[in-house]
Write a protein that binds this ligand. Structure first.
Ligand code: FMN
Length: 314
């Protein structure tokens, strides 16, 4: 079940997704974090953010929408109060700190504040938040040149691995993947939420306080698996697949499409035992497949008309 990538070993390929497990401590009573491959923290911004008006999440039949508005305590408080908990309490799971900002310069400042601290291994750059309205709602990931500026700045600011988290709502992932890889990224997470709107038909009002939000859960799964498969054909860097994973077979689809690791978000709100169950299911699955290891399985889907490159393990 081990995976070697981003310069470290993940004991298994299942991580908790950004924004759905706080900074680990919030879920530590209900999730045994050290049984997992790792976790990605809530996105950290330069200044503390209060977030958007309630309600911030709303369910619908295919999943949920959220507009949390990147509520977080800000980079300095994360360094002083959240990373020490992770350093002292997490032994085997790997921690990625998610970073967000309104400008490329803000990303760099957050990284400079956090970089000297212990308690985490890599940065995940949230280039794809659909709820940050400052840029007119256009995430960096939909603008390859701007996305590359963020990664270039980040690359100069840290030696740690940089994973770029991309958005699903682009007609073609190839230009942003190429630009971000050239700028120095070490891997990609695919996908963030899709823009979504849930309305109350009686009142005509949106279910979320902020109006529209980001859609996640089962309805996102086929989009995410497709994005991983598409990305696999344009880069050899490792991929982390996320979107709609609620059961082991969902995670297996991401691995077959080319993801070396998977992340679980919404499903752990519905049942915090989900990530542990996915780990157990994947163990049995690997045995049944007779695969020598997970690496053999990654990207092994047989999809007509495509022969993706195999991922680098760095
Ligand atoms: C309530 C909520 C908050 C989220 N916050 C963040 C965040 O801070 N940063 C980020 O990169 N993604 C964030 N996400 C997106 C998730 O990390 C993930 O990409 C998305 O939910 C798809 O996975 P899922 O279908 O398993 O939930 C958030 C998702 C939810 C549901």
């Amino acid at each position: 079940m081990e995976q070697h990538l981003l310069g470290t070993d993940f004991q298994n390929p299942v991580l908790l997704a950004a924004g759905t497990c706080g900074f680990g401590q919030e879920v530590s009573e209900v999730v045994e974090l050290d049984r997992l491959g790792g976790l990605v923290t809530k996105s950290v911004t330069l200044e503390p953010r209060e977030g958007n008006p309630a309600p911030r999440v709303a369910e619908f039949r295919g999943g949920m929408v959220n507009s949390v508005g990147l509520a977080n305590p800000g980079a300095r408080a994360v360094r002083d109060r959240r990373l020490p908990w992770l350093r002292d309490r997490i032994r085997r799971a790997r921690v990625l700190v998610s970073v967000a900002g309104h400008t490329p310069e803000e990303f760099v400042e957050v990284i400079r504040i956090l970089d000297d601290a212990d308690g985490f291994h890599a940065f995940e750059l949230n280039l794809s938040c659909p709820n940050d309205t400052r840029r007119g709602g256009l995430p960096f990931a939909l603008d390859p040149a701007e996305a590359a500026r963020v990664v270039e700045g980040a690359r100069e600011a840290t030696q740690r691995p940089l994973v770029a988290k991309l958005a699903p709502n682009t007609p073609d992932l190839a230009p942003v993947i190429q630009a971000v890889e050239e700028a120095g990224a070490d891997g990609f997470t695919l996908v963030n939420t899709l823009p979504g709107l849930v309305l109350d038909p009686e009142t005509g009002r949106p279910a979320l306080g902020a109006g529209a939000g980001g859609m996640s859960g089962p309805a996102l799964r086929a989009v995410g698996v497709h994005a991983v498969w598409r990305a696999r054909s344009c880069t050899r860097l490792p991929l982390l697949g996320v979107g709609g994973i609620a059961r082991g077979p969902d995670a297996a689809q991401y691995l077959l499409a080319g993801a070396s690791l998977v992340q679980i978000g919404s499903a752990s709100f519905w049942d915090p035992r989900t990530p542990g169950r996915v780990v157990n299911w994947l163990k049995g699955y690997l045995g049944r497949q007779g695969a020598g290891g997970l690496t053999e399985l990654v990207g092994s889907a047989r999809i007509p008309g495509s022969s993706p490159p195999t991922p680098d393990s760095r």
